[in-house]
Design a protein around this ligand. Structure first.
Ligand code: FE
Length: 262
């Protein structure tokens, strides 16, 4: 383990902060100061490594220009949700530590490359470089594999409980009020309209989640519960899904009330 801090330093130096200027910098002034509060479960054994990985990951995110849906706040929420699920599923302290590491690193590929395309593999590759020699081989493999398997698009069945918890945590952050906020933030970022003017709600037509925000809610968000792995996450999802249904109901009412049809 003695060579490891070097590894972290090198990894950090290899990705100097880009774009460390501009209006987004202000938004980060606050999160920087609450670092000690944002990890609810801090397994003692892995505490130092977790704190170190968190600093490295933050260093990468603060220099990246990302949509608000995938910024460092998403990482922190996934860490917190993953900790909660891990605890609910009865994972031991060491396993909970591995879950936190996987959560911290799961989307780092997006921050490194500025693209979601193939990010799970990129994140896994980075996680491996960062963690090798800091954990035993089996644990490195557990974390790296969990990161590689977390992608929604690839729909890979989790090969371990660490992987199952990470998938669930990432998916829970796509539900509820925060999930909706993220859909609209991402839609704005990529220029995706809120809805299809001729038929705002996808009832008797094909879903086009890539083209319209409302369609994406039906295509992805409302299908998340059936793809959750753990009982703890399924329980946590219920209220969040109910909130999405309530939101859609009100949205439908407001849009239907419009006199200006297309
Ligand atoms: Fe994610």
């Amino acid at each position: 383990p003695s060579a490891a801090p070097m590894g972290l330093t090198r990894a950090r130096a290899a990705h100097p902060t880009r774009l460390d200027h501009g209006p987004h910098k202000l938004a980060w002034a606050f999160p920087l100061r609450i670092s000690s509060r944002t990890l609810p479960v801090m397994p003692v054994e892995l505490g130092e490594l977790i704190a170190e990985v968190k600093r490295v990951v933050w260093g990468i995110y603060r220099g990246a220009r990302l949509p608000p849906s995938h910024d460092f706040s998403h990482v922190l929420r996934v860490v917190e949700l993953a900790s909660e699920i891990a605890e609910g599923e009865g994972l031991n302290e060491r396993e909970r530590g591995l879950v936190v590491l996987a959560a911290l690193l799961h989307d780092v590929g997006i921050a490194l490359r500025g693209s979601k395309e193939g990010h799970a593999a990129a994140s896994a590759e980075y996680a491996k470089k960062l963690l090798i020699s800091r954990l035993n081989d089996r644990e490195v493999e557990l974390v790296v594999t969990a990161v590689r398997e977390h992608s929604w698009e690839r729909a890979t069945p989790p090969s371990s409980i660490i992987s199952a918890v990470l998938q669930d945590a990432d998916r829970l952050d796509a539900l509820g009020a925060i999930g909706l906020a993220r859909v609209f933030a991402y839609s704005g970022y990529v220029g995706r309209p809120l809805y299809y003017l001729e038929a705002p709600f996808p009832e008797d037509r094909e879903l086009r989640g890539g083209d319209f925000a409302i369609d994406h809610i039906y295509e992805k968000l409302l299908r998340i519960p059936e793809r959750l792995n753990t009982r703890t996450a399924k329980a946590l999802a219920e209220e969040r899904v109910a909130f999405i249904h309530a939101f859609l109901k009100e949205l439908r009412r407001e849009i239907r009330a419009m006199k200006t049809g297309f």
